[in-house]
Write a protein that binds this ligand. Structure first.
Ligand SMILES: Cc1cn([C@H]2C[C@H](O)[C@@H](COP(=O)(O)OP(=O)(O)O[C@H]3O[C@H](C)C(=O)[C@H](O)[C@H]3O)O2)c(=O)[nH]c1=O
Length: 181
């Protein structure tokens, strides 16, 4: 398993070791002992989520506030997405900055999104099956969001905006400046 740091402290890319043979491949998609040893963290994931979306679907930018904040370990089981993590830690030197990485069933890459980040993704393939682990439970009352096209973050979503498929909720999210963080 290879860990690659990003420019945002605490947010990193994981590339698992893929074991191939004449039948196909096998790999440990998550191993808490190896994950915590390699990252130096002590993460206890408590909830798994899965979402199926078609091309152009953009989910995000979402987070949960306060004691309900969630760290996420995200990956793609089918298709390809551009995954985006935005640093919304007020005291962070990279506050308001983002990293994006293409996650696909083919590259097996995973992104660890720490607490204190907003998260979103856009589907680049015909469909994408998205799977992620959370280290805190869902709490609707603690949900927060930021507009996907906030000009102060200026995310390059890689597809023309005319192709975006966005929930009614995500069409009216606040700017990062006005978000409840
Ligand atoms: C997140 C979540 C949602 N729900 C229910 C609430 C709605 O009835 C339905 C769809 O929720 P929503 O439209 O918020 O789903 P996404 O737009 O995929 O939200 C996710 O999008 C970005 C990418 C994230 O990182 C978050 O995990 C999450 O906010 O599932 C649950 O029952 N449990 C949950 O943990």
């Amino acid at each position: 398993m290879k860990i690659t740091k990003t420019k945002l402290d605490g947010c990193f890319i994981i590339e698992p070791t893929i074991l191939k043979d004449k039948r196909g491949y096998f790999y440990e998609s998550f191993n808490s002992k190896k994950f915590n040893e390699l990252t130096g963290l002590n993460i206890n994931f408590v909830q798994d989520n899965q979402a199926l979306s078609s091309k152009g679907v953009l989910r995000g930018l979402h987070y949960q506030v306060g004691k309900d904040a969630q760290a996420k370990l995200v990956r793609v089981l089918k298709g390809k997405v551009l995954d985006v993590a935005v640093d919304i830690r007020k005291e962070s030197p990279t506050y308001g900055e983002y990293v994006s990485v293409k996650l696909s069933a083919k590259n097996h890459k995973q992104l660890f999104v720490p607490r204190g980040f907003a998260h979103g993704y856009i589907v680049l393939s015909k469909t994408a099956l998205f799977f992620y682990k959370c280290d805190n439970f869902y709490n609707k009352q603690a949900e927060g969001g930021i507009m996907y096209n906030d000009p102060t973050i200026s995310i390059d979503w890689k597809l023309p905006q005319s192709e975006f498929i966005i929930s009614e909720k995500d069409k009216v999210q606040p700017s990062i400046e006005n978000a409840k963080i």
